[in-house]
Design a protein around this ligand. Structure first.
Ligand SMILES: *Cc1c(COP(=O)(O)O)cnc(C)c1O
Length: 373
């Protein structure tokens, strides 16, 4: 997909903010603990490679992605540090995992059996790096019993074509005030750790929320995602341990400003009608194809520090706002970010859309040009 480099709608990514968020976390970590930056989904919409490089500058020593393709993207951009794929990659792609030296998550015994057969048929120079995942209560990926976990570990350890590089789990409620279920998961993981024949290179359990609010969780590596982008993992439920700096701004400019009279309709379906004798209406070059969703109707953007309501339905490429006064075509509009002391955050958008800021950041489409500073 092309991105719109010849239009004023831009995502502006503050790479220094990413670096600072990472270095603040690295400074808090015990000496033996590393930070892997989670850059899946195009770095939560911020750009995977640029985020990875910015995180590395802040002290990240490895990276996590969700897809094989995302791992390959980092390698092709010259990233040499360890990369773990958090999702399941079908064993038929083992050759690519080896070629790009990507570590893979293993969550079932049949996967291991299939992988063993493939590796026997086509011996490789490099060993396949494996992180065994334990499902301690997320109910998503991983072995659900200690017995199966140990059996998988044994299968990997006894296979010379495989390297047991890691063991990990994922918390479901590390971002909540109530700690009961979190502690249950943590106890389960501790039990598994107590049964291990040896420790692999990496043991990890913490996402951003656990790193911020449960830094005592087991492991020697953390998987630092949303907080690196300057977003509070809990939304607003728990206050940040230290000041996180949001890395993303969304801007555009007014492409047409017009004065309309009472009774004039705005947008498809005429869901908004000018009610004052005269209203200034401005058109913005951003729409739902950019991830600026139709549900944004009724939300606000900032023009010269003033909140302006999105009126009428959001179209595919454009939307309209009501201006408090005349401003010229070409005036800057802040959709995410600050303007003269007023701010619109991803969290505010998330609340308007009844979702979480993670989803808002990921929803900005490739069509929006990203600018890095
Ligand atoms: C996405 C993901 C993370 C990062 O989570 P954040 O809340 O963004 O820090 C960590 N671990 C796993 C397994 C994930 O899927």
């Amino acid at each position: 997909m092309v991105s719109g480099s010849y239009r004023p709608t831009k995502l502006i990514i503050d790479t220094q903010a990413i670096t600072e968020n990472v270095s603040q976390e690295v400074a808090r970590l015990p000496k033996d603990r590393e930070l892997f930056a989670v850059v899946k989904a195009n770095g939560y919409g911020h750009g995977a490679v640029q985020t990875a490089v910015s995180a590395r500058r802040g002290g990240a020593t490895g990276f996590c992605v969700a897809l094989l393709d995302e791992g390959i993207e980092l390698r092709e951009a010259g990233i040499m540090e360890p990369i773990l794929i958090l999702g399941v990659v079908e064993p038929i792609y083992i050759e690519l995992l080896l070629k790009y030296d990507l570590s893979v998550t293993v969550a079932t015994l049949p996967w291991l059996t299939e992988a063993q057969e493939i590796l026997e048929k086509a011996p490789a120079e490099r060993r396949l790096k494996i992180h065994i995942k334990v499902d301690t209560g997320m109910g998503r990926l991983g072995f659900t019993s200690i017995e199966d976990t140990l059996q998988a570990i044994e299968a990997v350890r006894s296979n010379t074509a495989m390297e047991w590089e890691g063991l990990f789990t994922h918390f479901a409620t590390a971002d909540e005030i109530d700690q009961e279920y979190f502690l249950e998961q943590q106890r389960f993981f501790q039990k598994v750790l107590a049964e291990l024949p040896e420790r692999p290179r990496y043991v990890h359990s913490e996402n951003s929320a656990a790193a911020l609010w449960h830094p005592e969780s087991p492991g020697n590596m953390i998987r630092f995602g949303v907080a690196m982008y300057g977003l509070n993992p809990s939304g607003t439920a728990i206050s940040e341990t230290y000041k996180l700096k949001p890395a993303l701004q969304l801007k555009t400019t007014l492409i047409q400003v017009k004065e309309l009279s009472a009774g004039a309709g705005i947008g498809y379906g005429k869901t908004y009608t000018v009610s004052a004798p005269k209203e200034w209406i401005g058109t913005l070059p951003i729409g739902y194809a950019d991830g600026w969703l139709r549900h944004m109707q009724g939300f606000n953007v900032l023009v010269n520090g003033k909140k302006c309501e999105i009126v009428g339905r959001v179209c595919m490429d454009q939307c309209m706002i009501r201006l408090p006064e005349y401003v010229p075509d070409g005036t800057e509009v802040i959709l995410v970010g600050e303007s003269q002391g007023e701010a619109i955050t991803l969290q505010m958008i998330a609340e308007h859309l009844s979702t979480i800021h993670y989803e808002v950041a990921c929803t900005f489409s490739q069509r929006i040009d990203r600018e890095y500073k």
